[in-house]
Design a protein around this ligand. Structure first.
Ligand code: FAD
Length: 83
């Protein structure tokens, strides 16, 4: 498979040792504001997993916009300043 990822690396996104863009679990790349999911980031992606990854990325982006940070675990001290 040859992903069409020139834009990502043109923006400076990091690669792993196999040449694929590196992301966190929500698709966030090493470049702030740049997200990548589906076959451009995962050679094993299928339609259902690519769609799920897109959903996770949307949630991560929403959390960043609304809270200024990635989603946190429920009950973590960072999500509840009173703890
Ligand atoms: C031959 C084949 C058979 C497959 N069979 C199955 C199957 O049976 N079941 C299954 O679940 N999965 C199957 N897959 C895998 C599945 O197609 C992919 O995992 C899935 O489509 C990934 O979705 P995506 O959104 O990441 O990428 P894509 O579906 O490839 O979508 C990326 C889109 O971005 C567009 N694009 C690219 N560059 C640019 C640009 N610079 N500007 C604007 N648009 C751009 C492309 O034109 C494309 O429309 C198959 C794949 C192949 C190649």
């Amino acid at each position: 498979m040859v992903p069409r990822d020139a834009l990502l690396f043109g923006l400076g996104c990091e690669r792993d040792e196999s040449g694929w863009v590196t992301t966190d679990r929500t698709g966030r790349t090493s470049v702030p504001g740049v997200w990548a999911v589906g076959n451009v980031a995962d050679p094993r992606a299928q339609v259902v997993t690519a769609a799920g990854a897109g959903s996770a990325a949307a949630f991560g982006i929403w959390s960043l916009i609304v809270f200024g940070r990635p989603p946190l675990r429920f009950g973590s001290s960072a999500s509840n300043p009173a703890r």
